[in-house]
Design a binder for this molecule. Structure first.
Ligand code: SF4
Length: 130
C-alpha cells in the first residue's frame, strides 16, 4: 500500500530528524516503560518519549501496536498530500530520498530546515511541490 511504502522508506518523524520528542498522556508512560522505552518527563511532569525513538529499528516501529496516541495521530505534510492525491507515490518517494540525501551529506543548516518544513512539518496548508 502506497502510504505504508512511503513511511517505511522515510522514518524521519521517529528518528529525531523532525522532532525531539513525542508528548505522551500520563497513562501511556507506564506501558511504554514496560516495553523498555526510555520515557522522560518535562519540568512540569508531563511524560515524553525522546527521539530518536528507541522503538525504531531501521525505519520500522517495533512498538507499532502499542505506539502512543501522538504517534497514531501524526501525519506529516507529505503523507497527507499523498493520501489526498496531491502527489504520486513516485514523487513522494523522491522527496523522501531528497531529505535523506541532505542528511547523508551532513546538511544541518537552513537548507535542511527549509526542506523539512516545506515537505514534512507543515500540516495545515496545501502541499506545493515547488
Ligand atoms: S513509538 Fe513507534 S511510531 Fe512512535 S516515535 Fe517510536 S518508532 Fe515512531
Amino acid at each position: 500500500m502506497s502510504l505504508s511504502t512511503l513511511c517505511l522508506r522515510c522514518g524521519l518523524c521517529c528518528d529525531g530528524t523532525l522532532f525531539t520528542h513525542v508528548p505522551l498522556r500520563r497513562t501511556e508512560a507506564g506501558p511504554l516503560k514496560a516495553l523498555g522505552l526510555p520515557v522522560k518527563e518535562r519540568e512540569d511532569g508531563t511524560p515524553i518519549l525522546p527521539q530518536r525513538c528507541a522503538a525504531l529499528e531501521g525505519k520500522t516501529c517495533t512498538a507499532y501496536a502499542q505506539r502512543p496516541e501522538g504517534c497514531r495521530r501524526y501525519h506529516c505534510h507529505l503523507f497527507s498530500a499523498l493520501s489526498e492525491g496531491e502527489v504520486s507515490l513516485e514523487e513522494a518517494l523522491a522527496v523522501v530520498d531528497g531529505a535523506h540525501a541532505l542528511l547523508a551529506g551532513g546538511e544541518r543548516g537552513p537548507e535542511l530546515d527549509d526542506y523539512l518544513d516545506k515537505h514534512f512539518r507543515g500540516r495545515h496548508r496545501r502541499y506545493t511541490a515547488q
